[in-house]
Every structure is written in structure tokens, then in C-alpha cells.
Design a protein around this ligand. Structure first.
Ligand code: GLC
Length: 459
């Protein structure tokens, strides 16, 4: 309970801060494009959590700043404090940003575009690497991290930090999409855990009693999470979004139509998902499940530990599966995860690298992952006694990473995602029909990718 209310407070606070920061970011964008940024000074002056020091001590302190989701701040704080103790004269500023990856990416983009040195460290989603690296906004890490050191981390997590063969981001934690289910309810009804979309819907229908208890909750809001949900359903239908090797777009193929039709069927006709699902991000859907108001939940590994904590009504009652698939298809879970890069405009790149070493060290991984249930990026953490004692689920997680499906690692990923988000959301809201929405999304994605090819060809 204590943990939950702490997270709620953190979520609420971060939403408020997020709104504030987003207003700040929007202002930055405008200012940057009109070359007026310099007039307002560095962004640090605008940030709500930067701790100004009295002018007498300011000269002696080296600040090292990173923007992160508000909910993660309490868990980074002990690592940051330890780092400060080991580096006298250094102050780590953990700046609370919004929860959603899209909004934080906007803030970082606005800051980097303006060559603003405020954020030394860039806490990056798996999908940001190509864009930020291609723009020249990140320090290459090849000189800092040897090939042998990289072998200590999950290969998919390291790969997510590379662009054109160069490492730009060290993985801090990884994520893979999972399907949580109420094992107690399925057992009582003598139902086997589902493997296919049809079995999921049938079990959800049988066990739900809306509006009190819904069958299946997921993330249907127009944001990056919706793309993650769609991608794994699409893979489970045998389809693809953008082939990273050929840049071929698969959105107007029958598999994509089958995937979107499945998602739409969850909210239409004989729904198994609440109407509000089209406005849910991760926490809205997880809370419903956590409160015992949903049978199935699609979410990331962090949801497991919260379900098991003392006082949770779900303790001992939840099972986890790889995401279900079409009959004859294969399970897929979208690969997520977070890592740190160093801003090309940081005034302290070596110090920033030392912080990266601290948080990705065995002790750093323990400190971050034990209280949160985050999936570590370092391989040996999966056999770490302390971590396993805090979260026995780790052993399964390593295996579940085998089903991971990647979002395309292209520099214009944010645009590709935006196109898809808009059309998926319009279909779920009932304002576009699936086949024409996917045709339009495919056309827009092809035009955008052709534009990028032409731009890189003319460089
Ligand atoms: C999680 C994943 C990240 C993904 C995001 C979508 O934070 O780690 O990769 O983009 O969720 O909401």
C-alpha cells in the first residue's frame, strides 16, 4: 500500500511536472527555431527540480543532470547519492519529466536542437538511438566501453544502443511486453492459460463481469505504448511494420488488417476491454488490474513486482505469459528498455560516463532493479541472489526476452511512430475504418521513408 501510494504520488507529481516541462519544451522549440534561445539562458534556469545553490558555493559544485520519468526518481536517488559521496563536489540533478516516452523525447529533442548543455545524460528509450545519433547529438561511447565489456550485457539491449556500428547508449534496464493473467480465476473456471487471440477473448468473455471486472486491459491511447501493443499483435499474426533492412512497409498487408481487427474487436461489438482503454497508458491499465478489476493485462515486467508486494490483493494470484498469437502464429513481445547516452553538449562527458558506469555496475543494477522489478540489462544480474530474492520472476524474464520483437531502428522513427499512432487511434475511436486507415498509414510511411532515403542519398 505504502509503495503504491508512493508511486501514485510520484506519478501525479510527475504528471504535473511533465505538463510544466512540456510547456517549457514547447517554448524551447519556438525559441530555438527563431534563434532566440540564447536570450533566455540555459534550460537549467527553467527546470523545476534543478537545485540552485547559493552563489558562494556554486563555483565549487559540478552539476550532472539527467531528465527521467518522475516515477523513477526515488529509485535513482540512492544511486545518485552514493555517486555524490564518491565524487565530492559533484551534484547529480535528477530532473523529473513526464511518464510518457514521447513527451520526454520532445523535451530532450528541443534541448539538444538548441545545443543546450543542461542535460549531461540522455535517458533514452530503445527507439531514440538512431535519431539522436544521426543528428550528432550524442557522444560515441566506443572509446569508453570496450567490446569485452559489452559482452556483459544482454545483446538485444546493447544492439538498441548502436547506430551504424557505433555504440551511443549503454543499457540500464530492458523491457519486454508480457501478458499477465489472474491465475486464480482461470484455475477456478478450469481454464488453461490462453495461447491464441481467440482463446484470450473467449476466456476474457467467460470471466469478465463488466463494468466491475473487465476481460482484457491494455494501452490504447494515442502514444508510443499503442504502437508497442499493435506491433506484438501484428507479429503474432505473422506481419511486420517496417523491415529495417529493406525499409519495406507491411502495414497494408492482410496480417496488419487481422492485427488491427483483433484490437478493434476488443473494444467494439462484444467488448472485452473497457471503453476507456483507448485513453490508457501503462499505469491506468495496471491499476485496474491491480485493483482486481481485470482478468488479463498487457504490460511490462515492472507490473509483476507491484502485483506481488505485501498488501497487494493479487499476491500469489497472477500468472505471466508471452503475448498470445494467431492460430498457427508465434508469440511476440515488443522489446522496450532504457539506457543512458551522453549529450554532445555536456560540459562533463567523462563524469557522465562515470555515472553510467555506476548505474550499470552490478551494484547499480541491484539498487535500481531490486525495489522496482525492472529487468536488468546486465546478464549476471539474472543470477544475482539478492535480485532473485527480491524478484523470483527474473529467471522467467530472461527466457521471455527470446520472444522480443523490435521497433524499426531508423533515424525517423518518431515520424514513423506518429503516423501509425494517428491511424491506429482513429480506428479505435471509430473515426477511420481499419483497411483504409492501414492503407493510408502504409502510404504515409512509404512517402516518409522515401524522403529519408532521398535526403541521405543527397548528403
Ligand atoms: C516502456 C518501454 C519503452 C516503450 C514505452 C511505451 O517504457 O520500455 O521502450 O517505448 O514503454 O510506453
Amino acid at each position: 500500500m505504502v509503495e503504491r501510494s508512493r508511486r501514485r504520488r510520484a506519478d501525479h507529481a510527475s504528471t504535473q511536472d511533465g505538463k510544466r516541462l512540456f510547456r517549457v519544451a514547447t517554448r524551447w522549440k519556438v525559441l530555438a527555431t527563431t534563434f532566440a534561445f540564447a536570450l533566455i539562458g540555459p534550460a537549467g534556469a527553467l527546470l523545476p527540480h534543478a537545485r540552485p545553490l547559493p552563489s558562494t558555493t556554486r563555483a565549487a559544485v559540478t552539476p550532472l543532470a539527467v531528465l527521467l520519468p518522475g516515477s523513477e526518481r526515488p529509485f535513482w536517488q540512492p544511486i545518485a547519492s552514493q555517486f555524490e559521496r564518491e565524487h565530492p563536489g559533484v551534484r547529480v540533478d535528477l530532473v523529473e519529466g513526464p511518464q510518457s516516452t514521447d513527451l520526454r523525447e520532445n523535451i530532450y529533442t528541443a534541448s539538444l536542437l538548441a545545443k543546450d548543455p543542461t542535460f549531461d545524460l540522455v535517458y533514452m528509450d530503445v527507439t531514440w538511438t538512431a535519431k539522436l545519433a544521426a543528428a550528432g547529438w550524442l557522444v560515441p561511447l566506443d572509446g569508453f566501453v570496450s567490446p569485452a565489456e559489452r559482452l556483459d550485457f544482454l545483446p538485444s539491449a546493447i544492439a538498441a544502443g548502436e547506430y551504424e556500428g557505433v555504440l551511443y547508449r549503454m543499457p540500464v534496464r530492458t523491457d519486454v511486453e508480457l501478458l499477465y493473467y489472474r491465475r486464480d480465476l482461470l484455475d477456478a473456471a478450469r481454464l488453461q492459460p490462453p495461447q491464441t487471440f481467440a482463446e484470450l477473448v473467449s476466456a476474457a468473455r467467460r470471466l469478465q463481469s463488466p463494468p466491475g471486472v473487465w476481460g482484457f486491459v491494455w494501452q490504447g491511447k494515442q502514444y508510443e505504448g499503442l504502437v508497442c501493443n499493435f506491433l506484438e499483435v501484428l507479429s503474432g499474426c505473422g506481419g511486420y511494420w517496417v523491415d529495417p533492412a529493406t525499409l519495406d512497409v507491411g502495414l497494408d498487408r492482410p496480417e496488419a488488417l487481422a492485427a488491427l481487427s483483433f484490437m478493434l474487436s476488443c473494444v467494439r461489438d462484444h467488448p472485452v476491454s473497457p471503453p476507456g482503454v483507448t485513453t490508457y497508458e501503462e499505469e491506468e491499465s495496471r491499476r485496474l488490474f491491480q485493483d482486481g478489476r481485470a482478468v488479463f493485462l498487457r504490460s511490462w515486467p515492472y507490473a509483476w513486482q507491484l502485483a506481488q508486494m505485501s498488501g497487494s490483493p493479487l499476491r500469489g494470484r497472477v500468472g505471466v505469459l508471452p503475448m498470445v498469437h494467431a492460430a498457427g502464429g508465434r508469440s511476440a513481445g515488443t522489446l522496450g528498455g532504457w539506457g543512458l547516452g551522453i549529450s554532445a553538449f555536456s560540459r562533463h562527458p567523462s563524469l557522465a560516463m562515470e555515472f553510467i558506469r555506476a548505474i550499470t555496475s552490478p551494484a547499480g543494477q541491484r539498487a535500481l532493479c531490486a525495489p522496482t522489478g525492472y529487468a536488468p540489462a546486465r546478464k549476471e544480474a539474472y543470477a544475482d541472489r539478492e535480485l532473485l530474492a527480491a524478484n523470483s520472476f527474473l529467471a522467467d524474464l530472461e527466457r521471455l526476452h527470446g520472444n522480443a520483437v523490435l521497433r524499426p531502428p531508423i533515424p525517423r522513427y518518431a515520424l514513423a511512430s506518429d503516423i501509425l499512432q494517428r491511424h491506429l487511434s482513429a480506428v479505435l475511436a471509430g473515426s477511420e475504418r481499419p483497411a483504409s486507415a492501414l492503407r493510408d498509414a502504409a502510404g504515409e510511411a512509404r512517402a516518409m521513408l522515401a524522403g529519408s532515403r532521398a535526403a541521405s542519398g543527397s548528403r
